[in-house]
Design a protein around this ligand. Sequence first.
Ligand code: GDP
Ligand code: MG
Length: 371
Amino acid sequence: IESLTVGELAEKLHRDSSEVIKKLMKLGVMATKNESLDKETIELITADYGVEVEEEEVIDKLDIDIYTDENDSEENRTERPPVVTIMGHVDHGKTTLLDSIRHTKVTAGEAGGITQHIGAYQIEENNKKITFLDTPGHAAFTTMRARGAQVTDITILVVAADDGVMPQTKEAIAHAKAAEVPIIVAVNKMDKEGANPDRVMQELTEFELVPEAWGGETIFVNVSAIKGEGIDELVEMILLVSEVEEYKANPDKRATGTVIEAELDKGKGPVATLLVQDGTMHVGDPIVVGNTFGRIRAMVNDLGRRVKSAAPSTPVEITGLSDVPQAGDQFVVFEDEKKARSVGEQRAARAKDEERNLTNRVSIDDLFSQI
Ligand code: GDP
Ligand code: MG
């Protein structure tokens, strides 16, 4: 965005135009509601508000709105790979299924392709990529969604054919429905004696997951994760759903996305696995991640290889941050490092403030509860 009117800026800031006009006056800028403001002035005002804005959300949206670049147009949006998470009851085969898909679809020619380096991986089928997240599905939905991030496009619901719908199966359905994410059911352990896929289908109709064969719209695939059976069909169905849903992103703009996991490495310092959800990320990019910032020193892909850039839906591990962010934190690439630093520092200060306020509020509550 190169320019905004005073009114538009006020709206983005969730403030009255008159308040913004007053602030502008203090800065020596006389402007009416419909007057266009240049980038410099917009930055002055937002920086000024940055320390005052209370809601995390507001500033998150703000950073993204204000600092996206000229390339941010609808026409530049192109197809991107779907991001898939696997959910289901414990021991129904989530981990085995993830391993099986990777073994089946990552070609042996890709050296080290079998060892997973980060908590996510990509496969390619018929020139179409699919990203799988290895975060326990429930964490992906609860922690991340609690922090305002949605990373999943499609959920694979794994149900063991010899066990049927269990408590965590129901939880998984509830999460996916709340997030309005399409569900593909993988009926697993078909190799086992006592496997009863019809019973699973029957049980799931109670949750409005009705197979196409019975007049519903839910895709069911019978698989044996352990034998690698049904994996091709499952992958095919994921591609089918993504064709229908038409997931898009703009690879030409600066990257934004979400932290999948992060930790402090003794040698490398803060290390974070990021999912690029829009734009393309490059080594050297100045970046604000949650309440921290930095410049991307190195990027490693899911195969453990160093890469220079990461397109939409790509998971990468980065180094170069000044602190360890949290899973679910949003990130935004900035045009220059100075700005990234100032926004990062403001956010860190605000987070500290909030923590302090929270403690104060708690003690006041305590006070009242004793009266
Ligand atoms: P998770 O808790 O959902 O991640 O389940 P796991 O992938 O750890 O699998 C739980 C157990 O079920 C393990 O002992 C697996 O070997 C077994 N298992 C997973 N998939 C299959 C399958 O397709 N067939 C059979 N027979 N066993 C399976
Ligand atoms: Mg597991």
